[in-house]
Design a protein around this ligand. Structure first.
Ligand code: ZN
Length: 148
C-alpha cells in the first residue's frame, strides 16, 4: 500500500468515526432520503439552499464506513457552492469513482480519497449514495432515491 493510499484510508476512517455536519439541520429547506439496499446504507440529507447557493448541508443515517465518510466529505464539499457547481462536482465525482473519463482527482481535493473505490464496484454505490440523495434534495425533483 502506497503512503498516499494510507493517508486516504486515514481520512475515510476519520470521517467515519467523526462525521462532519452530522445531525438534522434546523434551517434546512430541502431534504431527501436515500437507500442503498445492496449494502444496507440509508441516509437523509438536509440542505439549506438560498438563491441557488447551498448555504448549509448536513446528513443523518447509518451505513458502512465508505457511505458515512463520503456523506461527511460531501457535505463539506458542497457547502458554499451554487447548485450548478455542486451538480458539476457530482458529475466529476461520479466519473472519478467509476474510473471513467479523464482523471481529475487533482482538482477534487479531499474527495479524491474515493478514487480507490473504482476497484470495488459494490462500493461505488456506497460512495455515491449521499450525492444522489443530495442532488434529489437540491433539485427537488424527488425526495427519495435508491441505488437499485
Ligand atoms: Zn455501504
Amino acid at each position: 500500500m502506497s503512503e498516499l493510499r494510507e493517508l486516504y484510508q486515514e481520512l475515510i476512517l476519520d470521517h467515519n468515526r467523526h462525521p462532519r455536519n452530522f445531525g438534522p439541520l434546523d434551517e434546512s429547506n430541502c431534504m431527501a432520503h436515500g437507500d442503498n439496499p445492496l449494502c444496507g446504507d440509508t441516509i437523509d440529507v438536509f440542505l439549506q439552499v438560498e438563491e441557488g447557493i447551498v448555504k448549509k448541508a448536513a446528513f443523518e443515517g447509518s451505513g458502512c464506513a465508505i457511505s458515512t465518510a463520503s456523506a461527511s466529505l460531501m457535505t463539506e464539499a458542497v457547502t458554499g457552492l451554487s447548485v450548478d457547481a455542486a451538480n458539476s462536482l457530482f458529475a466529476t465525482f461520479l466519473s472519478l469513482v467509476k474510473g471513467e473519463g479523464k482523471n481529475e482527482s487533482g482538482r477534487m481535493g479531499k474527495l479524491a480519497v474515493f478514487e480507490g473505490v473504482q476497484e470495488f464496484p459494490m462500493r461505488v454505490k456506497c460512495a455515491t449514495l449521499c450525492w444522489h440523495t443530495a442532488r434529489a434534495a437540491w433539485s427537488e425533483d424527488s425526495v427519495s432515491v435508491t441505488t437499485e
